[in-house]
Design a protein around this ligand. Structure first.
Ligand code: GDP
Length: 461
């Protein structure tokens, strides 16, 4: 495909030692050549691909030296966009990097739209849509595990699985065509039904497997929204502080998104938790008393995980019992804190109230029991010790929606077989399944969607 040459600052805005202006397109080399004076005296176009060169940026109008730079040149198609790419490394700081960008724009490049480099990689056939979306996830990943998932997706793990399913469907459709074309066999209808049942059941199961990973996938992407509840003084703030201190999360600043100040991200053994801050905790303190069990249940319902804290050295109160009622049916870990003090709590009653929930005893002040708590959190969400590196997670809501639709379509095929629906009608639903799966990897998507997806990227990517 033929595109104009685009340019953008590809490093984050703000102070840094180095900043990079990236150019991509047919004119990338000639634009750089106009502006760059190499120390070696050689022209960039004479240099081999994938090499880096030291020199200066010269303003062609004023003939003044604008910047001291290192220029990397990469000829297509062995580049991110498959086009000719030039990366100009200059000094960090807004003034110098903007000056370099401005020079490029004044000399034939156009400012790239957000995500346009990745969009070109997609349009030029280097990556598929799910891989492109993974690039975005990678930029936003908050934990190592989330990063592994995005990396796996970028390498095309999800794409491979989807492609395999689509291939199965395609072969089935082809086989049905063949059967229909040779009606001399009298058991054609029956044969087609049998094969269709077998293949559709397989495809349906595979889609279900992928959908099952989506809950964990979502958690990995967005963090597990976690609320700490308990009566005043049981040690909620202490628990929060202890979790935050031990598990500093990798937080990436994404230009264009405002970070929510009332949330605290921590990474507990690969599970990213989005914790309410202390102010939020204070608010939940008397939440049940204040707004009643019914309404507080609604408030708490937003949470994926509840840490319910009790005081070991105090009697259980009606308030404690109300909390158990308010969190019924949710993912809860019960924490009995202050075990360093004399026992007053009735542990039998605690276990009775807790039922299925895991109960952990802690003395947070002495850092006791925190490890067990962290393990319990990890166990709750990675049952069977799943390693994200080996799994294909579906974490993107667009993918989940498409998989759900595909699941519906393939279920229609199976239902149709049971009802004795004619083969040509079943073919339509099967083709629809094939199309929906194709949308995940961008085989059958519309241009408007592609534009909208890439516009969510940050500038320069
Ligand atoms: P919150 O009101 O539930 O947030 O409770 P805080 O975290 O503010 O703790 C209340 C008090 O209990 C503070 O003085 C803490 O130092 C103390 N505390 C917290 N955890 C423990 C513990 O495990 N043992 C003891 N003895 N005191 C604790």
């Amino acid at each position: 495909m033929e595109f104009d040459t685009i340019a953008a600052i590809s490093t984050p805005m703000g102070e840094g030692a180095i900043a990079i202006v990236r150019l991509s397109g047919d004119e990338a080399f000639s634009i750089a050549e106009k502006l760059f004076k190499s120390i070696s005296g050689k022209e960039l176009t004479e240099e081999p691909s994938h090499t880096i060169h030291y020199g200066h940026m010269i303003d062609p109008v004023s003939k003044e030296v604008a910047e001291e730079v290192m220029v990397s040149i990469m000829r297509g198609p062995r580049t991110f966009t498959k086009e000719d790419v030039v990366e100009i490394n200059c000094h960090g700081g807004l003034v110098s990097v903007n000056r370099v960008l401005q020079l490029c724009l004044n000399n034939g490049a156009r400012l790239a739209e957000p995500g346009e480099f990745t969009k070109r990689a997609f349009l030029n056939g280097r990556i598929d849509l799910s891989q492109a979306e993974a690039v975005m996830d990678l930029i936003r990943a908050k934990t190592d595990r989330a990063m592994n998932v995005a990396l796996g997706q970028m390498e095309g793990r999800l794409s491979k699985l989807i492609k395999r399913l689509r291939q199965e469907i395609l072969e089935t459709l082809a086989q049905i065509e063949v059967n229909i074309d040779y009606p001399e066999y009298d058991d054609v209808e029956e044969m087609s039904h049998r094969m269709l049942t077998e293949k559709s059941t397989y495809v349906k199961k595979e889609i279900e497997k992928l959908l099952q990973t989506s809950q964990q996938g979502k958690i990995l992407r967005e963090g597990l929204s976690t609320v700490i509840v308990g009566r005043p003084n049981v040690g909620k703030s202490s628990l929060l502080n202890s979790l935050v201190q031990e598990n500093k999360a990798i937080v990436t600043d994404i230009p264009g998104t405002t970070r929510d100040v009332i949330e605290e991200y921590v990474n507990v053994r690969g599970v990213p938790l989005r914790l309410l801050d202390t102010a939020g905790i204070r608010e939940t303190e008397d939440i049940v008393e204040r707004i009643g069990v019914e309404r507080s249940r609604k408030v708490l319902k937003e949470a994926d995980l509840i840490l319910l804290v009790l005081n070991y050295s105090d009697l259980l109160t009606a308030e404690d019992e109300n909390l158990f009622e308010a969190v019924q049916g949710m993912d809860v870990i019960v924490i009995v804190n202050k075990t360093d003090l004399p026992q007053k709590i009735d542990m039998n009653r605690v276990y009775e109230l807790a039922g299925q929930y895991k109960v952990i005893t802690t003395a947070i002040i002495e850092e006791k029991g925190v490890d067990e708590l962290e393990q319990a959190i990890a166990d709750l969400f990675f049952t069977g010790n799943i390693d994200a590196g080996d799994m294909t997670y579906v974490s993107n809501s667009r993918h989940v929606a498409l998989l759900n639709q595909a699941h519906k379509a393939i279920s229609d095929v199976l239902e149709g077989i049971d009802f004795g629906t004619p083969i040509d009608i079943l073919q339509i639903d099967l083709t629809r399944t094939w199309e929906l799966l194709g949308e995940i990897i961008g085989d059958t998507v519309q241009e408007s969607l592609i534009n909208q997806l890439f516009s969510q990227f940050c500038l320069g990517k």
